[in-house]
Ligand binder design. Structure first.
Ligand code: ADE
Length: 587
Protein backbone atom coordinates (compact mmCIF):
# COMPACT_ATOMS: atom_id res chain seq x y z
CA UNK A 1 0.00 0.00 0.00
CA UNK A 2 1.44 3.36 -1.00
CA UNK A 3 1.06 5.43 2.14
CA UNK A 4 0.66 8.83 0.53
CA UNK A 5 0.02 11.50 3.14
CA UNK A 6 -3.16 13.52 3.10
CA UNK A 7 -1.55 16.57 4.70
CA UNK A 8 2.13 16.39 3.76
CA UNK A 9 4.55 18.61 5.70
CA UNK A 10 7.26 20.69 4.07
CA UNK A 11 10.78 20.78 5.48
CA UNK A 12 10.17 23.85 7.58
CA UNK A 13 6.95 22.64 9.19
CA UNK A 14 8.50 19.22 9.79
CA UNK A 15 11.40 20.78 11.65
CA UNK A 16 9.04 23.09 13.52
CA UNK A 17 7.18 20.02 14.76
CA UNK A 18 10.41 18.40 15.90
CA UNK A 19 11.45 21.61 17.68
CA UNK A 20 8.07 21.78 19.42
CA UNK A 21 8.57 18.21 20.63
CA UNK A 22 11.99 19.22 22.01
CA UNK A 23 10.58 22.35 23.65
CA UNK A 24 12.60 24.77 21.47
CA UNK A 25 9.47 26.08 19.72
CA UNK A 26 6.24 26.80 21.58
CA UNK A 27 3.11 24.77 20.94
CA UNK A 28 -0.12 26.34 19.64
CA UNK A 29 -2.26 24.22 21.93
CA UNK A 30 -1.38 22.26 25.04
CA UNK A 31 -3.87 19.85 26.61
CA UNK A 32 -3.15 19.06 30.25
CA UNK A 33 -4.11 16.33 32.71
CA UNK A 34 -5.91 14.10 30.24
CA UNK A 35 -6.10 10.35 30.15
CA UNK A 36 -5.05 9.30 26.65
CA UNK A 37 -6.62 6.22 25.10
CA UNK A 38 -3.46 4.70 23.68
CA UNK A 39 -4.78 2.59 20.81
CA UNK A 40 -1.30 1.26 20.04
CA UNK A 41 -0.75 -0.46 23.39
CA UNK A 42 -4.31 -0.68 24.65
CA UNK A 43 -3.41 1.35 27.76
CA UNK A 44 -4.93 4.43 29.30
CA UNK A 45 -2.03 6.79 29.92
CA UNK A 46 -2.16 10.03 31.92
CA UNK A 47 -0.51 12.55 29.57
CA UNK A 48 -0.36 16.06 28.29
CA UNK A 49 -0.57 16.62 24.55
CA UNK A 50 1.13 19.46 22.63
CA UNK A 51 -0.11 20.51 19.19
CA UNK A 52 1.66 22.57 16.56
CA UNK A 53 -0.37 23.60 13.53
CA UNK A 54 -2.40 20.59 12.38
CA UNK A 55 -0.22 18.01 14.10
CA UNK A 56 0.47 16.49 17.47
CA UNK A 57 4.08 17.31 18.42
CA UNK A 58 4.41 15.77 21.83
CA UNK A 59 2.67 13.36 24.26
CA UNK A 60 4.05 13.15 27.81
CA UNK A 61 4.52 15.37 30.83
CA UNK A 62 7.10 17.94 29.67
CA UNK A 63 5.92 21.55 29.73
CA UNK A 64 8.84 23.32 28.04
CA UNK A 65 6.81 23.74 24.83
CA UNK A 66 4.26 25.91 26.64
CA UNK A 67 4.80 29.62 26.05
CA UNK A 68 2.83 32.83 26.39
CA UNK A 69 1.24 32.27 23.00
CA UNK A 70 0.24 28.66 23.77
CA UNK A 71 -3.42 28.04 24.44
CA UNK A 72 -3.77 25.69 27.41
CA UNK A 73 -6.80 23.43 27.69
CA UNK A 74 -7.33 21.60 30.94
CA UNK A 75 -8.78 18.15 30.35
CA UNK A 76 -8.80 16.91 33.92
CA UNK A 77 -11.24 14.02 34.27
CA UNK A 78 -11.52 13.62 30.49
CA UNK A 79 -10.27 10.90 28.17
CA UNK A 80 -8.64 11.78 24.84
CA UNK A 81 -9.45 9.43 22.00
CA UNK A 82 -8.36 9.66 18.35
CA UNK A 83 -11.03 10.91 15.92
CA UNK A 84 -13.23 8.13 14.59
CA UNK A 85 -12.78 6.78 11.08
CA UNK A 86 -15.88 5.52 9.24
CA UNK A 87 -14.41 2.97 6.81
CA UNK A 88 -17.44 2.55 4.56
CA UNK A 89 -19.80 5.52 4.09
CA UNK A 90 -22.28 6.05 1.26
CA UNK A 91 -22.49 9.85 1.39
CA UNK A 92 -25.63 10.36 -0.69
CA UNK A 93 -28.58 9.06 1.38
CA UNK A 94 -30.49 12.35 0.93
CA UNK A 95 -27.54 13.99 2.72
CA UNK A 96 -24.47 14.90 0.70
CA UNK A 97 -20.80 14.42 1.64
CA UNK A 98 -20.59 17.90 3.18
CA UNK A 99 -23.81 17.80 5.21
CA UNK A 100 -22.87 14.31 6.39
CA UNK A 101 -19.36 15.41 7.36
CA UNK A 102 -20.47 18.49 9.29
CA UNK A 103 -22.98 16.53 11.34
CA UNK A 104 -20.87 13.48 12.10
CA UNK A 105 -17.86 15.62 12.99
CA UNK A 106 -19.84 16.96 15.96
CA UNK A 107 -20.26 13.31 17.02
CA UNK A 108 -16.57 12.49 16.73
CA UNK A 109 -16.15 11.09 13.20
CA UNK A 110 -13.29 12.98 11.60
CA UNK A 111 -12.55 10.75 8.61
CA UNK A 112 -14.97 9.19 6.12
CA UNK A 113 -13.99 6.64 3.50
CA UNK A 114 -16.76 7.11 0.95
CA UNK A 115 -18.39 5.24 -1.88
CA UNK A 116 -18.38 7.10 -5.20
CA UNK A 117 -21.26 5.25 -6.90
CA UNK A 118 -23.63 8.19 -7.30
CA UNK A 119 -20.87 10.54 -8.44
CA UNK A 120 -19.75 8.11 -11.13
CA UNK A 121 -23.08 8.53 -12.93
CA UNK A 122 -22.68 12.26 -13.22
CA UNK A 123 -19.08 13.11 -13.94
CA UNK A 124 -16.04 12.25 -15.95
CA UNK A 125 -12.88 11.33 -14.08
CA UNK A 126 -11.37 14.86 -14.25
CA UNK A 127 -14.48 16.44 -12.74
CA UNK A 128 -14.65 13.72 -10.13
CA UNK A 129 -11.06 14.18 -9.00
CA UNK A 130 -11.58 17.93 -8.95
CA UNK A 131 -14.55 17.43 -6.65
CA UNK A 132 -12.51 15.06 -4.48
CA UNK A 133 -9.77 17.67 -4.21
CA UNK A 134 -12.24 20.38 -3.25
CA UNK A 135 -13.78 18.14 -0.58
CA UNK A 136 -10.32 17.15 0.66
CA UNK A 137 -9.93 20.70 2.01
CA UNK A 138 -12.72 20.17 4.55
CA UNK A 139 -11.84 19.66 8.23
CA UNK A 140 -13.29 16.14 8.05
CA UNK A 141 -11.11 14.05 5.78
CA UNK A 142 -13.24 12.68 2.93
CA UNK A 143 -11.54 9.80 1.14
CA UNK A 144 -12.92 7.56 -1.58
CA UNK A 145 -13.48 4.14 -3.01
CA UNK A 146 -13.54 3.67 -6.78
CA UNK A 147 -16.34 1.42 -7.97
CA UNK A 148 -15.55 -1.24 -10.54
CA UNK A 149 -19.17 -1.91 -11.55
CA UNK A 150 -22.41 0.12 -11.77
CA UNK A 151 -24.56 -2.01 -9.42
CA UNK A 152 -27.39 -1.83 -11.96
CA UNK A 153 -27.22 -4.26 -14.85
CA UNK A 154 -26.34 -2.25 -17.91
CA UNK A 155 -23.76 -3.33 -20.51
CA UNK A 156 -23.56 0.32 -21.73
CA UNK A 157 -22.77 1.67 -18.27
CA UNK A 158 -19.85 -0.73 -18.00
CA UNK A 159 -18.03 1.68 -20.34
CA UNK A 160 -17.74 4.05 -17.40
CA UNK A 161 -15.50 1.47 -15.75
CA UNK A 162 -12.80 1.37 -18.40
CA UNK A 163 -9.26 0.57 -17.30
CA UNK A 164 -8.03 4.07 -18.15
CA UNK A 165 -10.71 5.69 -16.02
CA UNK A 166 -10.27 3.35 -13.08
CA UNK A 167 -6.51 3.73 -13.16
CA UNK A 168 -6.71 7.51 -13.26
CA UNK A 169 -9.08 7.57 -10.28
CA UNK A 170 -7.31 4.94 -8.20
CA UNK A 171 -4.04 6.79 -8.62
CA UNK A 172 -5.35 9.75 -6.58
CA UNK A 173 -4.12 10.05 -3.00
CA UNK A 174 -7.68 10.35 -1.69
CA UNK A 175 -8.71 7.11 -3.42
CA UNK A 176 -7.90 4.48 -0.81
CA UNK A 177 -9.66 1.49 -2.29
CA UNK A 178 -11.48 -0.10 -5.22
CA UNK A 179 -15.08 -1.30 -4.77
CA UNK A 180 -17.28 -2.11 -3.14
CA UNK A 181 -17.39 -5.02 -5.49
CA UNK A 182 -21.08 -5.74 -5.93
CA UNK A 183 -20.44 -7.51 -9.23
CA UNK A 184 -18.06 -10.03 -7.68
CA UNK A 185 -19.44 -12.81 -9.95
CA UNK A 186 -17.62 -11.03 -12.82
CA UNK A 187 -14.35 -11.40 -10.93
CA UNK A 188 -14.66 -15.07 -10.20
CA UNK A 189 -15.97 -15.86 -13.67
CA UNK A 190 -12.91 -14.12 -15.12
CA UNK A 191 -14.42 -11.15 -16.98
CA UNK A 192 -11.53 -9.40 -18.66
CA UNK A 193 -12.42 -5.84 -17.64
CA UNK A 194 -12.85 -6.83 -14.01
CA UNK A 195 -9.59 -8.79 -13.91
CA UNK A 196 -7.74 -5.85 -15.45
CA UNK A 197 -9.20 -3.40 -12.95
CA UNK A 198 -8.32 -5.68 -10.04
CA UNK A 199 -4.75 -5.86 -11.32
CA UNK A 200 -4.65 -2.06 -11.50
CA UNK A 201 -5.83 -1.75 -7.90
CA UNK A 202 -3.16 -4.20 -6.82
CA UNK A 203 -0.41 -2.46 -8.83
CA UNK A 204 -1.36 0.88 -7.28
CA UNK A 205 -1.36 -0.65 -3.81
CA UNK A 206 -5.06 0.02 -3.13
CA UNK A 207 -7.40 -2.02 -1.00
CA UNK A 208 -10.42 -3.76 -2.52
CA UNK A 209 -13.71 -3.83 -0.62
CA UNK A 210 -15.79 -6.93 -1.23
CA UNK A 211 -19.56 -7.22 -1.12
CA UNK A 212 -20.35 -10.88 -0.76
CA UNK A 213 -23.41 -11.49 1.42
CA UNK A 214 -23.93 -15.16 2.18
CA UNK A 215 -20.86 -16.22 0.18
CA UNK A 216 -19.64 -19.79 0.67
CA UNK A 217 -16.14 -20.49 1.94
CA UNK A 218 -15.12 -21.46 -1.57
CA UNK A 219 -16.43 -18.20 -3.04
CA UNK A 220 -14.65 -16.25 -0.29
CA UNK A 221 -11.44 -18.09 -1.17
CA UNK A 222 -11.91 -17.20 -4.84
CA UNK A 223 -12.54 -13.56 -3.98
CA UNK A 224 -9.51 -13.37 -1.70
CA UNK A 225 -7.35 -15.01 -4.38
CA UNK A 226 -8.70 -12.39 -6.78
CA UNK A 227 -7.47 -9.55 -4.58
CA UNK A 228 -10.44 -8.66 -2.34
CA UNK A 229 -9.01 -7.47 0.99
CA UNK A 230 -12.10 -6.82 3.16
CA UNK A 231 -15.83 -7.43 3.29
CA UNK A 232 -18.55 -5.78 5.36
CA UNK A 233 -21.30 -8.26 4.57
CA UNK A 234 -21.00 -10.72 7.48
CA UNK A 235 -24.21 -11.08 9.41
CA UNK A 236 -23.03 -13.79 11.79
CA UNK A 237 -19.84 -14.17 13.78
CA UNK A 238 -19.10 -17.33 11.84
CA UNK A 239 -19.13 -15.41 8.55
CA UNK A 240 -16.84 -12.73 9.99
CA UNK A 241 -14.44 -15.39 11.30
CA UNK A 242 -14.32 -17.08 7.89
CA UNK A 243 -13.25 -13.79 6.36
CA UNK A 244 -10.66 -13.14 9.08
CA UNK A 245 -9.18 -16.63 8.69
CA UNK A 246 -8.65 -15.99 4.98
CA UNK A 247 -6.68 -12.86 5.78
CA UNK A 248 -9.40 -10.36 4.95
CA UNK A 249 -10.38 -7.54 7.23
CA UNK A 250 -13.92 -8.03 8.49
CA UNK A 251 -15.88 -4.82 8.75
CA UNK A 252 -18.67 -5.24 11.28
CA UNK A 253 -21.79 -3.42 10.27
CA UNK A 254 -24.55 -1.70 12.13
CA UNK A 255 -26.62 0.25 9.64
CA UNK A 256 -30.23 1.35 9.35
CA UNK A 257 -30.67 -1.50 6.87
CA UNK A 258 -28.58 -4.18 8.61
CA UNK A 259 -28.36 -3.54 12.36
CA UNK A 260 -26.13 -6.54 13.09
CA UNK A 261 -23.35 -5.33 15.39
CA UNK A 262 -24.43 -6.66 18.82
CA UNK A 263 -24.95 -10.17 17.47
CA UNK A 264 -21.71 -10.13 15.49
CA UNK A 265 -19.74 -8.99 18.51
CA UNK A 266 -21.28 -11.47 20.89
CA UNK A 267 -20.32 -14.28 18.48
CA UNK A 268 -16.79 -12.93 18.03
CA UNK A 269 -16.28 -12.45 21.77
CA UNK A 270 -17.51 -15.98 22.45
CA UNK A 271 -15.12 -17.31 19.83
CA UNK A 272 -12.26 -15.31 21.44
CA UNK A 273 -10.73 -14.43 18.07
CA UNK A 274 -8.19 -11.68 17.52
CA UNK A 275 -10.02 -8.47 16.65
CA UNK A 276 -7.12 -6.44 15.27
CA UNK A 277 -8.34 -6.92 11.72
CA UNK A 278 -11.91 -5.80 12.38
CA UNK A 279 -13.49 -2.38 11.85
CA UNK A 280 -17.01 -1.07 12.43
CA UNK A 281 -19.22 0.70 9.91
CA UNK A 282 -22.56 2.48 9.64
CA UNK A 283 -22.65 1.55 5.90
CA UNK A 284 -24.78 4.35 4.50
CA UNK A 285 -27.19 4.65 7.39
CA UNK A 286 -30.23 6.74 6.43
CA UNK A 287 -31.11 9.97 8.31
CA UNK A 288 -33.73 8.68 10.79
CA UNK A 289 -31.16 6.35 12.40
CA UNK A 290 -28.59 9.13 12.69
CA UNK A 291 -30.79 10.69 15.38
CA UNK A 292 -29.06 8.14 17.68
CA UNK A 293 -25.58 9.13 16.50
CA UNK A 294 -23.12 7.85 13.96
CA UNK A 295 -19.85 6.01 14.74
CA UNK A 296 -20.35 7.09 18.37
CA UNK A 297 -23.72 5.28 18.37
CA UNK A 298 -22.34 1.99 17.10
CA UNK A 299 -19.38 2.25 19.48
CA UNK A 300 -21.88 2.60 22.30
CA UNK A 301 -23.66 -0.53 21.10
CA UNK A 302 -20.33 -2.34 20.86
CA UNK A 303 -19.43 -1.44 24.44
CA UNK A 304 -22.92 -2.36 25.65
CA UNK A 305 -22.45 -5.72 23.92
CA UNK A 306 -19.53 -6.46 26.19
CA UNK A 307 -16.57 -5.33 24.10
CA UNK A 308 -13.95 -3.70 26.35
CA UNK A 309 -14.06 0.05 25.53
CA UNK A 310 -10.45 0.41 24.38
CA UNK A 311 -10.93 -2.55 22.05
CA UNK A 312 -14.05 -0.83 20.66
CA UNK A 313 -12.19 2.46 20.11
CA UNK A 314 -9.48 0.59 18.22
CA UNK A 315 -12.09 -0.72 15.78
CA UNK A 316 -13.01 2.86 14.89
CA UNK A 317 -9.49 4.37 14.91
CA UNK A 318 -6.21 2.51 14.50
CA UNK A 319 -7.67 -0.57 12.82
CA UNK A 320 -9.20 1.30 9.85
CA UNK A 321 -6.22 3.69 9.75
CA UNK A 322 -3.85 0.73 9.44
CA UNK A 323 -6.00 -1.02 6.89
CA UNK A 324 -6.17 2.02 4.61
CA UNK A 325 -2.49 2.90 5.01
CA UNK A 326 -3.40 6.04 6.93
CA UNK A 327 -1.79 5.14 10.24
CA UNK A 328 1.19 7.39 9.54
CA UNK A 329 -1.20 10.33 9.94
CA UNK A 330 -4.41 9.13 11.55
CA UNK A 331 -5.87 6.73 14.05
CA UNK A 332 -3.82 7.43 17.19
CA UNK A 333 -2.74 10.17 19.58
CA UNK A 334 0.99 10.29 18.98
CA UNK A 335 3.64 12.71 17.72
CA UNK A 336 3.47 13.43 13.99
CA UNK A 337 -0.18 12.43 13.69
CA UNK A 338 -2.89 14.88 12.71
CA UNK A 339 -4.50 16.34 15.82
CA UNK A 340 -7.98 14.83 15.37
CA UNK A 341 -8.76 14.40 19.04
CA UNK A 342 -12.00 13.68 20.89
CA UNK A 343 -12.62 14.59 24.52
CA UNK A 344 -14.76 11.93 26.24
CA UNK A 345 -16.35 12.32 29.65
CA UNK A 346 -16.47 8.61 30.24
CA UNK A 347 -14.97 5.66 28.42
CA UNK A 348 -18.40 4.11 28.09
CA UNK A 349 -19.79 7.23 26.43
CA UNK A 350 -18.27 7.55 22.93
CA UNK A 351 -20.09 10.82 22.10
CA UNK A 352 -17.42 13.50 22.61
CA UNK A 353 -17.90 16.74 24.53
CA UNK A 354 -15.23 18.43 22.43
CA UNK A 355 -13.82 17.64 19.00
CA UNK A 356 -10.51 18.87 17.63
CA UNK A 357 -9.97 18.47 13.91
CA UNK A 358 -6.40 19.01 12.81
CA UNK A 359 -5.67 21.08 15.89
CA UNK A 360 -8.77 23.31 15.68
CA UNK A 361 -11.58 23.15 18.20
CA UNK A 362 -14.35 22.19 15.77
CA UNK A 363 -17.29 21.16 17.99
CA UNK A 364 -18.37 21.40 21.58
CA UNK A 365 -21.28 19.50 23.17
CA UNK A 366 -22.61 18.55 19.74
CA UNK A 367 -22.45 22.15 18.43
CA UNK A 368 -20.40 22.88 15.33
CA UNK A 369 -17.89 25.71 15.80
CA UNK A 370 -16.46 25.88 12.28
CA UNK A 371 -17.98 26.30 8.82
CA UNK A 372 -18.11 23.67 6.10
CA UNK A 373 -18.42 25.07 2.58
CA UNK A 374 -20.54 23.25 0.03
CA UNK A 375 -18.95 22.94 -3.41
CA UNK A 376 -20.76 24.59 -6.27
CA UNK A 377 -22.50 21.39 -7.28
CA UNK A 378 -23.45 22.79 -10.72
CA UNK A 379 -19.75 22.80 -11.59
CA UNK A 380 -19.83 19.05 -11.14
CA UNK A 381 -22.89 18.38 -13.24
CA UNK A 382 -24.97 17.76 -10.15
CA UNK A 383 -28.07 19.72 -10.99
CA UNK A 384 -31.85 19.41 -10.82
CA UNK A 385 -33.24 16.50 -12.77
CA UNK A 386 -34.74 17.27 -16.18
CA UNK A 387 -38.45 17.01 -16.75
CA UNK A 388 -40.53 15.60 -19.58
CA UNK A 389 -44.11 14.70 -20.32
CA UNK A 390 -45.62 11.38 -19.25
CA UNK A 391 -49.10 9.96 -19.41
CA UNK A 392 -51.18 7.46 -17.52
CA UNK A 393 -50.66 4.92 -20.33
CA UNK A 394 -46.91 5.14 -19.82
CA UNK A 395 -47.13 4.15 -16.17
CA UNK A 396 -49.52 1.20 -16.28
CA UNK A 397 -48.29 -2.11 -17.74
CA UNK A 398 -50.11 -3.06 -20.93
CA UNK A 399 -52.41 -6.07 -20.95
CA UNK A 400 -50.52 -9.29 -20.50
CA UNK A 401 -51.85 -12.70 -21.23
CA UNK A 402 -49.53 -14.94 -19.23
CA UNK A 403 -48.36 -14.89 -15.61
CA UNK A 404 -47.02 -11.46 -14.72
CA UNK A 405 -43.75 -11.34 -12.70
CA UNK A 406 -44.80 -9.30 -9.65
CA UNK A 407 -42.03 -7.82 -7.48
CA UNK A 408 -42.98 -8.88 -3.96
CA UNK A 409 -41.11 -7.06 -1.15
CA UNK A 410 -40.19 -9.42 1.67
CA UNK A 411 -37.88 -6.94 3.41
CA UNK A 412 -36.66 -3.41 2.66
CA UNK A 413 -34.00 -4.71 0.28
CA UNK A 414 -35.11 -8.17 -0.83
CA UNK A 415 -37.83 -9.02 -3.32
CA UNK A 416 -39.27 -12.32 -4.49
CA UNK A 417 -40.75 -13.04 -7.86
CA UNK A 418 -44.44 -13.86 -7.62
CA UNK A 419 -46.04 -14.90 -10.91
CA UNK A 420 -49.69 -13.83 -11.05
CA UNK A 421 -52.47 -13.81 -13.59
CA UNK A 422 -53.69 -10.21 -13.46
CA UNK A 423 -56.99 -8.72 -14.67
CA UNK A 424 -57.00 -6.51 -17.73
CA UNK A 425 -59.27 -3.60 -18.63
CA UNK A 426 -59.08 -1.26 -21.64
CA UNK A 427 -55.84 -2.80 -22.82
CA UNK A 428 -53.94 -2.38 -19.54
CA UNK A 429 -53.44 -4.32 -16.33
CA UNK A 430 -56.07 -3.25 -13.82
CA UNK A 431 -55.38 -3.85 -10.12
CA UNK A 432 -58.48 -2.06 -8.81
CA UNK A 433 -59.97 -5.27 -7.44
CA UNK A 434 -56.67 -6.78 -6.28
CA UNK A 435 -55.62 -6.13 -2.71
CA UNK A 436 -51.96 -5.96 -1.70
CA UNK A 437 -50.74 -4.85 -5.12
CA UNK A 438 -49.59 -1.50 -6.47
CA UNK A 439 -48.27 -0.23 -9.77
CA UNK A 440 -44.50 0.21 -9.73
CA UNK A 441 -42.60 1.88 -12.54
CA UNK A 442 -39.07 3.06 -13.25
CA UNK A 443 -38.85 6.11 -15.52
CA UNK A 444 -35.67 6.81 -17.42
CA UNK A 445 -34.14 10.07 -16.16
CA UNK A 446 -33.56 11.03 -19.81
CA UNK A 447 -37.20 10.42 -20.77
CA UNK A 448 -36.64 7.63 -23.27
CA UNK A 449 -37.96 4.46 -21.69
CA UNK A 450 -40.20 3.21 -18.90
CA UNK A 451 -40.15 -0.08 -17.06
CA UNK A 452 -43.65 -0.61 -15.72
CA UNK A 453 -44.45 -3.40 -13.32
CA UNK A 454 -46.50 -4.45 -10.35
CA UNK A 455 -45.28 -4.69 -6.75
CA UNK A 456 -46.65 -6.39 -3.65
CA UNK A 457 -45.87 -6.03 0.04
CA UNK A 458 -44.94 -2.37 -0.26
CA UNK A 459 -47.75 -0.06 0.93
CA UNK A 460 -51.20 -1.31 0.09
CA UNK A 461 -52.96 2.04 0.55
CA UNK A 462 -50.45 4.30 -1.16
CA UNK A 463 -52.14 6.46 -3.79
CA UNK A 464 -49.08 7.84 -5.53
CA UNK A 465 -45.42 8.41 -4.78
CA UNK A 466 -42.53 9.40 -7.04
CA UNK A 467 -38.87 9.36 -6.09
CA UNK A 468 -35.82 10.41 -8.06
CA UNK A 469 -33.37 8.88 -5.57
CA UNK A 470 -32.76 5.46 -7.08
CA UNK A 471 -29.13 4.46 -7.48
CA UNK A 472 -29.48 4.15 -11.26
CA UNK A 473 -30.57 7.81 -11.33
CA UNK A 474 -34.02 6.92 -12.71
CA UNK A 475 -37.39 7.80 -11.19
CA UNK A 476 -39.39 5.27 -9.19
CA UNK A 477 -43.16 5.76 -9.31
CA UNK A 478 -45.34 3.68 -7.01
CA UNK A 479 -49.00 3.57 -6.03
CA UNK A 480 -52.49 2.25 -6.60
CA UNK A 481 -53.88 5.30 -8.31
CA UNK A 482 -52.33 6.23 -11.68
CA UNK A 483 -53.64 9.84 -11.48
CA UNK A 484 -51.91 10.39 -8.13
CA UNK A 485 -48.77 8.64 -9.41
CA UNK A 486 -48.72 11.10 -12.30
CA UNK A 487 -49.34 14.04 -9.97
CA UNK A 488 -46.42 12.98 -7.76
CA UNK A 489 -44.14 12.46 -10.79
CA UNK A 490 -44.96 15.87 -12.25
CA UNK A 491 -44.24 17.48 -8.90
CA UNK A 492 -40.87 15.69 -8.69
CA UNK A 493 -40.08 17.20 -12.09
CA UNK A 494 -41.28 20.65 -10.98
CA UNK A 495 -39.07 20.71 -7.90
CA UNK A 496 -36.05 19.37 -9.78
CA UNK A 497 -35.93 16.01 -8.00
CA UNK A 498 -36.98 14.51 -4.71
CA UNK A 499 -39.55 12.32 -3.00
CA UNK A 500 -43.20 13.32 -3.40
CA UNK A 501 -46.40 11.68 -2.14
CA UNK A 502 -49.78 12.59 -3.66
CA UNK A 503 -53.27 11.76 -2.45
CA UNK A 504 -56.83 12.98 -3.11
CA UNK A 505 -55.72 15.52 -5.69
CA UNK A 506 -53.02 17.01 -3.46
CA UNK A 507 -49.35 16.79 -2.73
CA UNK A 508 -49.20 15.59 0.88
CA UNK A 509 -45.45 15.28 1.25
CA UNK A 510 -42.37 16.53 -0.55
CA UNK A 511 -38.67 16.28 0.11
CA UNK A 512 -36.73 18.16 -2.56
CA UNK A 513 -33.49 16.44 -3.60
CA UNK A 514 -32.22 18.94 -6.09
CA UNK A 515 -28.64 17.71 -6.18
CA UNK A 516 -28.90 15.16 -8.96
CA UNK A 517 -32.28 13.96 -7.67
CA UNK A 518 -30.47 12.14 -4.87
CA UNK A 519 -29.09 14.61 -2.36
CA UNK A 520 -30.25 17.70 -0.52
CA UNK A 521 -28.28 20.66 0.75
CA UNK A 522 -30.41 20.85 3.90
CA UNK A 523 -28.70 20.05 7.18
CA UNK A 524 -28.77 16.48 8.43
CA UNK A 525 -30.90 17.53 11.39
CA UNK A 526 -33.52 18.87 8.99
CA UNK A 527 -33.32 15.70 6.92
CA UNK A 528 -33.77 13.49 9.98
CA UNK A 529 -37.06 15.27 10.75
CA UNK A 530 -38.23 15.23 7.13
CA UNK A 531 -37.44 11.55 6.59
CA UNK A 532 -39.17 10.62 9.84
CA UNK A 533 -42.26 12.44 8.55
CA UNK A 534 -42.06 10.40 5.32
CA UNK A 535 -41.69 7.12 7.20
CA UNK A 536 -44.72 7.86 9.41
CA UNK A 537 -46.82 8.85 6.41
CA UNK A 538 -45.94 5.66 4.57
CA UNK A 539 -46.59 3.55 7.67
CA UNK A 540 -50.14 4.96 7.64
CA UNK A 541 -50.43 3.79 4.02
CA UNK A 542 -49.55 0.24 5.07
CA UNK A 543 -45.80 0.23 4.59
CA UNK A 544 -44.44 -2.26 7.12
CA UNK A 545 -40.77 -2.58 6.26
CA UNK A 546 -38.18 -0.38 7.94
CA UNK A 547 -35.74 1.82 6.02
CA UNK A 548 -38.01 2.89 3.17
CA UNK A 549 -35.29 5.04 1.61
CA UNK A 550 -33.23 1.94 0.93
CA UNK A 551 -36.15 0.22 -0.74
CA UNK A 552 -36.27 3.15 -3.14
CA UNK A 553 -32.51 3.41 -3.63
CA UNK A 554 -32.29 -0.28 -4.44
CA UNK A 555 -35.38 -0.55 -6.65
CA UNK A 556 -33.15 -0.61 -9.74
CA UNK A 557 -30.06 -2.16 -8.12
CA UNK A 558 -29.48 -5.53 -9.69
CA UNK A 559 -27.02 -6.87 -7.11
CA UNK A 560 -29.86 -7.83 -4.75
CA UNK A 561 -32.38 -10.68 -4.97
CA UNK A 562 -34.69 -11.40 -6.69
CA UNK A 563 -36.35 -9.20 -9.25
CA UNK A 564 -35.86 -5.47 -9.92
CA UNK A 565 -37.02 -2.74 -12.25
CA UNK A 566 -34.11 -1.91 -14.50
CA UNK A 567 -33.28 0.21 -17.55
CA UNK A 568 -33.71 -2.96 -19.61
CA UNK A 569 -36.97 -4.10 -18.08
CA UNK A 570 -38.22 -6.21 -15.21
CA UNK A 571 -35.06 -8.08 -14.40
CA UNK A 572 -34.41 -11.48 -12.78
CA UNK A 573 -31.17 -10.89 -10.90
CA UNK A 574 -29.73 -14.36 -10.59
CA UNK A 575 -30.48 -15.35 -14.16
CA UNK A 576 -29.47 -11.89 -15.46
CA UNK A 577 -32.60 -12.09 -17.59
CA UNK A 578 -35.10 -9.46 -18.72
CA UNK A 579 -38.58 -10.82 -17.95
CA UNK A 580 -40.55 -7.92 -19.40
CA UNK A 581 -38.75 -5.33 -21.55
CA UNK A 582 -38.98 -1.57 -21.11
CA UNK A 583 -41.20 0.43 -23.45
CA UNK A 584 -40.62 3.75 -25.14
CA UNK A 585 -42.28 6.64 -23.33
CA UNK A 586 -45.17 8.21 -25.23
CA UNK A 587 -45.99 5.18 -27.37
N1 ADE B 1 -24.31 -1.36 -2.11
C1 ADE B 1 -24.69 -0.15 -1.72
N2 ADE B 1 -24.76 0.84 -2.60
C2 ADE B 1 -25.11 2.05 -2.21
N3 ADE B 1 -25.44 2.37 -0.97
C3 ADE B 1 -25.40 1.41 -0.06
N4 ADE B 1 -25.63 1.41 1.24
C4 ADE B 1 -25.42 0.19 1.71
N5 ADE B 1 -25.04 -0.64 0.72
C5 ADE B 1 -25.01 0.11 -0.40
Amino acid sequence: MKNQKLRPLNRQSLYNLICTAKGDVKADLYITDSMVVNVYTGELVKSNVAIKGRHIAYVGDAVNMVGKETRVLNAKGLYLCPGYIEPHAHPFQTYNPVTLAEKVMTLGTTTLICDSLFFFNNMDERQLTHLWQELAELPVKILWGVRLDPQTYSPQRMEQFSMQRIEYLLDQTVARQAGELTDWPSLISGREQMLNNMLTASRLGKRVEGHAPGASLQTLNALTSGGVTACHESITGEEAIQRLRLGMYATLRHSSLRPDLPKLLQDLLNAKVDLRRTMITTDGTTPPTIQHGFTDYILRLAIESGLPPVEAYRMATINPATYYGLDNELGGIAPGKLADILFLEDLTNPTPVKVLTEGTLAAEKGRKLIEFDQPNWQDYNITSISSYHIERTDIIPPAYDGLFPVMQFVSPAITKQRDLKLPVRDGVIDITGESGLIYAALLDHMGNWICSGIAGGFADDLSGMACSNTYSGDIAVLGRNPEEMLRATRRVFDIGGGVVVAEDGQIVFELPLTLGGMMSDQSLDELIAKCQELYSLLAKKGHTHYDLLYTIHFLSATHLPEIRLSPHGIFAVKEKKVLMPTRKIGI
